[in-house]
Write a protein that binds this ligand. Sequence first.
Ligand SMILES: [Zn+2]
Length: 258
Amino acid sequence: MIQFPEFERSPIDIHSHFNHGVPGEYGTVEYLNTSQCQIPFLLAENKRFGIKEIAFSSYSAVLCSDYICEENQYLNDLVHNTEGIYQWAVLHPEQPKTFEQVDAMLGDKKVLGIKIHPYFHKYKMVERADRIFSFANERDAVVMMHPAATECMMEFADKYPRMKLIIAHLAGETEIKAIKYAKHQNIYADTSGSLSALNNVIEYACEQIGSEKILFGTDTYSLTFQYSRVALAKISHAEKENIFYKNAIKLFPWAFEK
Ligand SMILES: [Zn+2]
């Protein structure tokens, strides 16, 4: 029987979301997502797996463009009142108010960086990339992007070397190429979502780009799956440690270096 390995430190989930009963959020089907994406459910699941740190952006803020500032503020208040939860500040390139708000939030010990979602916020990433990445670059910020125009990201990462870009939902060759050939090595990927279910995707990525470029995340999808996928992957223990927590500590020392 395969055994679960032991780790020195608990994993860090750098990519999650939550519902809290407001307009714009995810899931109208009860058993799918509505209650199962509320913070108490997610924290209870995390506890089961010994996960003590989780970084969120609210579903309402990423799935819809109408409530971003309110949702960023809601989460900011929450992270300061709740141990072990962290924030991605959501930015919309066509909403100047979000730039002001995110600017004020960067530097907060509980804020990991900037979250963008071109698909649900309905803009073309290549058209808005300069605006977003120049802003991040000036602030040495980390940007987490829902995959969009991934094949063009290397060019932007080369142009803005002080920003770091995490492409969510590692799926294969497109992200791997961007990460591999970025001149300043400032592109990363996370394992969140269902695409890490692909056979060999994490293993292949480790071989091609190294485990130092891959971070652990769930995107709210079953921790039973997400945790096991990395813990039991056909990679070395040191690689698992990198993915589960070492890379996150390196990228966000203000939040996780104790
Ligand atoms: Zn997500």
